[in-house]
Structure formats: structure tokens, C-alpha cells
Design a protein around this ligand. Sequence first.
Ligand SMILES: *[C@@H]1O[C@H](CO)[C@@H](O)[C@H](O)[C@H]1NC(C)=O
Ligand SMILES: *[C@@H]1O[C@H](CO)[C@@H](O)[C@H](O)[C@H]1NC(C)=O
Ligand SMILES: *[C@@H]1O[C@H](CO)[C@@H](O)[C@H](O)[C@H]1NC(C)=O
Ligand SMILES: *[C@@H]1O[C@H](CO)[C@@H](O)[C@H](O)[C@H]1NC(C)=O
Ligand SMILES: CC(=O)N[C@H]1CO[C@H](CO)[C@@H](O)[C@@H]1O
Ligand SMILES: [Ca+2]
Ligand SMILES: [Ca+2]
Length: 579
Amino acid sequence: MWKFLKFLLIFTLFIAAASESAANSWWESASFYQIYPRSFKDSDGDGVGDLNGITEQLSYLKEISITATWLSPIFTSPMADFGYDVANFTEIDPIFGTLEDFEQLLAKAKELGVKIILDFVPNHSSDECEWFIKSAKSDPEYKDFYIWHPGKISENGTRLPPTNWISVFRGSMWTWNDERQAYYLHQFHVKQPDLNYNNPKVREAMKDVLRYWVRKGVAGFRVDAVPHIYEVAADAEGNWPDEPSNPSVADPADYGYLQHIYTTNQPETLDVVYEFRQVLKELDEELGGDEHILMTEAYSPLDVLMQYYGNGSTDGAQIPFNFVLLSNVNKNSNAYDYEQQIHDWLDNMPAGSVANWVLGNHDQSRIGIRLGVDRMDLINVLLKTLPGVSVSYQGEEIGMTDVSISWEETVDPQACQSSIEEFESLSRDPVRTPFQWNDGHKAGFTDSNTTWLPLAEDYKLVNVKRQRGIANSHLNVYKQLQNLRATKTMSDGEAEVKAISENVIGIKRFLSGERTYVALLNLNDDLESINLNDAFGDLTVELEYILVTDKSVRRKGDKIYADSIVMLPKEAVVLGTIV
Ligand SMILES: *[C@@H]1O[C@H](CO)[C@@H](O)[C@H](O)[C@H]1NC(C)=O
Ligand SMILES: *[C@@H]1O[C@H](CO)[C@@H](O)[C@H](O)[C@H]1NC(C)=O
Ligand SMILES: *[C@@H]1O[C@H](CO)[C@@H](O)[C@H](O)[C@H]1NC(C)=O
Ligand SMILES: *[C@@H]1O[C@H](CO)[C@@H](O)[C@H](O)[C@H]1NC(C)=O
Ligand SMILES: CC(=O)N[C@H]1CO[C@H](CO)[C@@H](O)[C@@H]1O
Ligand SMILES: [Ca+2]
Ligand SMILES: [Ca+2]
């Protein structure tokens, strides 16, 4: 008998060990949070956020149970595109602090158990980068670091850019450089020349950037503007084809005027993503410890995005950002639309990959504006109960909304390059305003009397300090969702997502031996009666309210019969089986 028990014990230990080793990697059910450093917290009173400000507020990320934060660029930059124009990829810009400040941030983050992800901008550098300056001088080492062309001579003898390509930020993608006597290519701003990825030295230099920061202790990278990395290969004479126009856009300077078949989503782009991942895998091997991750930013067709994960024999990014809910649903979308978008991703992922959900960033209108202020909590419930990785943009947890900014106050280059009539539809400033910490001076963002972008007028109502004290504030709903995510069901369990009616989305999360949870979201203003037994099998007769929002009359802990649930307008709840 004893022998048998001992066998059983060893066997159980063996099983436990086996499931331990098969355990998820740290990022697989992680909550990511994007910090836009200029706007998070200013520590030195110049009205611009900085690294010491982030370090000061890291405990807030702990408070809201964030696993890892990705920082928009903090590198040396003339700030023509607020840091997305990098002059030196391995140097901190003085506006944000010093390398020592960054090391201190890493140390504090480690102490708190929050990981730091850096923004990696491979497509271009600043025109003030040493590499570009040398390239313009035809320095032998750097002359092919960028994409140069003497242009075309037209019939009347004038010189024209080599192609009709249009920059994302308007106008020609080519700018003449007097020193080099050639045009250079820039998919974005004129101060953001594209690097030449056909040059192995460029690929190696950029891989060295990854190596440098990993050795400093970062957990991975969010990779910017990936579809733009490669342009179509030039022909034997070194020329490129023009892009076809797009009949629906009339303005010839507008990026939308052309179909970008030669300047985005070229097949070589995938190889470079795989190569970047390979660099991280080599570092994983060398350094041990937690896996380093790659999160890629690409607004590309779904079949292309799925290849970012890898191609079956070669690994790609662990987290190819999923923008389906950001790009393809709007205020008028119904539950079937949401269901379809969610399934598009879940059903098309390669086997063994992990889903991720991105609801906002520093380029897109905030959730409250895009999908409705009264759906703020509902959308956070969705983000946090879907399986896999969640990515929040700073301020969405307290329901910050876009701030209206006048033409005079506008600083975003994408808007400044347009006109007073058009800038509002192009400006990304409204979503980049200072974070609202409290109801004090400048919302606690800075001691200065000026801020680089104006502060939201509603900061006395919408701020962290106030929301801490209100039971069902956006912040407290967010925190409760984070606690729920810590359960085994949510981190390891399976998911069933469906539209229960035109207005109601249901997400069932379940795991053998664990409690089952069902999130229900009523998108609209009708009262909805729901029989959950019809929608989802395997529930207990009664369910318990695990989470409610301020749209509910029910309270946390209330019980309800699974076959007769009533959802109030815009209500979002999480119910749990009774165990
Ligand atoms: C970037 O900065 C570092 C540290 O200041 C310096 O060693 C390096 O040469 C610089 N690289 C470039 C490309 O300017
Ligand atoms: C020469 O031709 C190009 C187009 O082919 C045109 O844009 C430009 O205005 C012309 N310049 C002169 C001086 O005629
Ligand atoms: C996957 O990509 C790698 C690297 O680009 C390539 O060598 C390999 O042939 C590809 N495999 C498949 C199955 O396409
Ligand atoms: C900010 O403005 C207040 C009131 O006008 C003034 O007392 C204070 O000195 C100013 N602070 C700074 C840092 O300029
Ligand atoms: C969401 C995001 O990071 N967008 C960036 C994409 O890249 C361009 C150019 O680097 C930036 O201007 C955007 O902010
Ligand atoms: Ca500052
Ligand atoms: Ca490019």
C-alpha cells in the first residue's frame, strides 16, 4: 500500500513538473501598457514627460497589474516626428534624461516586476543621424545605407523624382539632397530617410541595436511601421515602377491617392522580422532567463499578418499587433460585427500562437471617442476577457478622451504639413495630451505652468486620484478586470466568443477543474433578456456577478439564474459559475 502511495506521489510530482515545463511563457497572457513618454509624467518641470517621471510612477503600473510597458521612442532625436525620427538608436535624448536614468528605470522596474519594452524604429533614421550625414557625403562605409537615386530627366530637361510615390505625411516620397546630388527616399517625413535593407550592413547595424538594449535589460521590442521596411526591388537599370492611383482620392499630395503595391508589404519584410526574432532567440540562449519578445506594428491584410507569427519552419514575432478591433469596428458596429472580427483573428492564427488585442495607441482616436464614452468600461471588459495578450494605451484605464487642439497649438507634423481646414482629421495631438494624475496643478503631470500639448479640460473629473475613490470608476473596473485575469481560467483557459443577439456579445472562458466565467456586453440601449444556457453549455443553474460597471443595478456577489439574465443599456458584466 505504501509503495503504491509512493508511486502515486512520484507520479503526481512528475505530472506537476511536466505541466510546469509546459507552462506559458511570461508574455502569453500578459497585460501590456503603452507609455507615451512625453505625456506620462514630467519630473523636471519643463512641461515634457521624461524617464525619471516614468520611474516615479512605475508603482502605478504595479497598482493596475501591468506585466510590461512599451515606451514610445526615447532616443536622441530632433523630434521632427516626436522621436520616431531617431538620430542615434543607442542614445537617450536629453529631453527624456540620460542612460543612467534609463538604467535606474530598468532597476526600479525589475524590483517591481514590471518589464520594459522599447520602441524599435527600423524603417528610417533621422536625417541628423551620423549614418545619413556620412551617406550624403558618399562615405564608402555608409553610402548605401539609404535609398538614393539621381532622378529622371523629363522631356523639357527638368529633373523629376524617380517615381510618383507619395509619403505617408503627404507630398513626394523623394527629396533632393544637394550634397549627394541625388534624391533620397522617405516613406514618412522628409527628416526620416528610409534605411536600405538590401544592404546587409544596415541589417547588421539594426540588429546590433537590438543586442545593445537587450544586454541593458529590456524585455523586448515593439517594432514600428514594419510594412514600410522594404520597397519593391529596382530593375536592372536601378529604376522603380510608379504606383497606380486610387480613383477614390482626388488630392495628388494625399497618401491615399496611390495604391501602395510597391512600397508596403513586400515579401522581404517577413524575412527581416524573422531575422530580428532570430537575434532575440540567440540572446535568449546566451543570457537565459525570460524570453525576449517582438511585437510588430503593421496595418496589413490578415493573411500577411498571420505570416508575421512565422512560416511554420521559422519563428516570427510572438505578438503581431492585432488591430481588427481598432480598425474594423466603429460606433455603429453590432455584436455580429464584433464576433466576426474577433473570429477572423482567432480562427486564422497558426497553431500554437497566442492572440493579442490592441485597442488604442498614440496615432488613433481614443476608445471613448471612437466607440462611445458610455462604452468605455464595456470595451475594457472585452479587451481583458478575450484570450491572450491585452495592450492598453495610457489613459484608457481612466477613460481619457481626445482633447480638442487649435491649429495654433498643433505640433504633430502630419497635421502641420496640411492646412487649417484639414489638420483636425490628420492630427494625432488630441490623443497625446498629458496624463491626468489628479485634480491639482496641471493634473499632477508637471510643476510647470506650460505643457507641450494642452491638458484636457475635464481633468478635475477624469483623473487617477479621484477614480481610486469611486467604487465603479473606469479605473476600478480596470483593476478588477486585472485581478480576474490573474485566475487560471483567464490565463490558461479556452474561449468561446459569440454574438448572443444583435446587441450582446458573450465571451465564455473555461478550464477543466476551474471556475467558468462569462463576460456579457450590451452594446446598445435596449434591454436584453438572455438565456445563457442556450448560448453556452456547461454552466451552473445559478451564476454569480463577479464584475459590474456603473451601468448595472446588480451588485458584485449577487446571484442570477443563467436562463434569465437581463442586460441594461451599455451594461457589461462578468458572471461566474457557482462552485
Ligand atoms: C550613438 O551614441 C553613442 C553613445 O553616445 C556613440 O558611441 C555612437 O557612436 C553613436 N552612434 C551613432 C550612429 O551616431
Ligand atoms: C517640365 O515638365 C514637367 C513634367 O514633365 C513639369 O512638371 C514642369 O513644370 C515642366 N517645366 C517647365 C519649366 O516647363
Ligand atoms: C520560412 O522562412 C525562412 C526564412 O525566410 C525560409 O528560409 C524558409 O524557406 C521558409 N519556410 C517556408 C516553409 O516557407
Ligand atoms: C506659475 O504661475 C503662477 C501663477 O501665475 C506663479 O505664481 C508661478 O510662479 C508660476 N510658476 C512657474 C514655474 O513659472
Ligand atoms: C502607432 C505608431 O507607432 N505609429 C508610428 C508609425 O511610424 C510613424 C513613423 O515612424 C510614426 O509617425 C507613427 O507615430
Ligand atoms: Ca521633463
Ligand atoms: Ca523602407
